[in-house]
Design a protein around this ligand. Structure first.
Ligand SMILES: NC(=O)c1ccc[n+]([C@@H]2O[C@H](COP(=O)([O-])OP(=O)(O)OC[C@H]3O[C@@H](n4cnc5c(N)ncnc54)[C@H](OP(=O)(O)O)[C@@H]3O)[C@@H](O)[C@H]2O)c1
Length: 329
């Protein structure tokens, strides 16, 4: 299995290499790919040094699988070039997610849609992945009508420049700004770019991607996405109205029985999910599970996950594992 990691020098790329190694993905040849700026740079995988190469050389090597985390423009231009030489691309950017000819996959939910014909497969947005992981078992049982989500997103979700901005602010150093304002001691109700309807692109991803993943347009999602100065993972306050009534103990049990989801919910012991504990973990953590007392059939919960793991690298590697296990590559 010849595997290319495109964007290997980035925030997600670094975690991708860690996850591939941890899960012992069956790699016979590894190509580490980044922009021309990084060509020649050395990176280690399982203790062995690899030299970073450019995109043209990577396409020429015809890898079996290419996992892209290099931004939307790179994916738009280069994923089709890899697909044309027979490579299956798993893409972390937003370039292909809403393309009706491409699948949007969270393996625990809809990997069974994948076929050998899928040459470009989209990984959902990090905030979407953790939300749908917790909503899936509840939607199956009680049928969602409407979701209202507010996010508290980590600076690592914006990439290396944003983490550097926060570190510079903490150290009192003036440096390059990834955001239009300081992020330390602040909250920016602004993730990704603003659109004509007044929402940000991140908010519209949260609104649209779940319908595609569940292949169901009968529910709607309204989102507010906020960047906060955390580094360990994204948090989400989720209010979900169902068509059918639920029992809170059953909700906890359904979530507890969902692979990849861990319930941390005990007000008596101050037990609830937090980014510092979700950091470096693959699970999606759910807590503060309670009935919305202002409306029928409505639940509140707090969902936390490491955006670089299940929100990006782990989900992409799980897709690649599914392709290999089912002989689709
Ligand atoms: N951070 C997250 O939580 C998260 C979650 C899900 C998805 N994503 C997506 O993953 C992608 C990468 O995010 P990130 O946070 O890792 O960003 P990042 O830290 O800024 O890293 C960007 C990576 O892309 C490479 N790159 C940039 N322009 C390129 C070009 N023209 N050709 C080839 N490689 C190029 C960079 O290489 P150089 O080092 O050479 O510049 C670097 O390896 C984005 O599409 C993002 O939307 C991120």
């Amino acid at each position: 299995m010849k595997v290319a990691v495109v964007g290997a020098t980035g925030m997600v790329g670094e975690v991708m290499l860690k996850v591939l190694a941890e899960r012992n993905f069956p790699i016979t040849e590894l190509l580490l790919v980044a922009s021309e700026r990084s060509v020649g740079k050395k990176l280690k995988y399982k203790g062995v040094e690899h030299t970073v190469i450019g995109l043209s050389d990577a396409v020429a090597a015809k890898p079996d699988v290419a996992i892209f985390s290099a931004g939307g423009d790179t994916s738009t231009e280069w994923a089709p070039k890899f697909a044309a030489v027979g490579t299956t691309v798993v893409d972390n950017s937003s370039a292909w997610r809403m393309d009706p000819t491409k699948k949007l996959i969270v393996p625990e939910i809809n990997a069974n849609e994948l076929t050998a014909e899928d040459k470009i497969i989209a990984n959902p947005n990090c905030s979407t992945i953790q939300m749908v992981m917790a909503l899936a078992p509840l939607h199956n049982k009680y049928k969602m009508k409407r979701v209202v989500v507010s996010t508290y997103q980590s600076v690592s979700g914006t990439g290396v420049k944003a983490v550097q901005q926060l570190e510079n602010e903490i150290a009192g150093i003036k440096g390059e700004m990834a955001y239009p304002y300081p992020i330390g001691r602040n909250a920016l109700p602004h993730c990704d770019v603003f659109l004509e309807n007044g929402y940000t692109k991140e908010e519209m991803k949260l609104a649209q991607e779940p319908q595609k993943i569940f292949n169901d347009r009968t529910f709607s999602v309204s989102a507010t996405a906020v960047r906060i100065p955390t580094a360990g993972g994204h948090s989400e306050s989720v209010n979900v109205e169902f068509l059918n009534d639920f029992d809170l103990n059953e909700v906890r049990q359904l979530l507890n029985n969902t692979p990849g989801v861990t319930v941390q919910d005990n007000p008596d012991t101050n037990t609830y999910p937090m980014p510092i504990y979700a950091h470096d973990k693959d699970e999606v953590f759910v807590g503060r599970i309670r009935r919305d007392e202002t409306q029928r059939n409505t639940l509140n919960m707090w969902i936390v996950a490491d955006n670089l793991r299940k929100g990006a690298a782990t989900n992409a590697v799980q897709i690649a594992e599914y392709l290999v296990e089912n002989k689709l590559v």
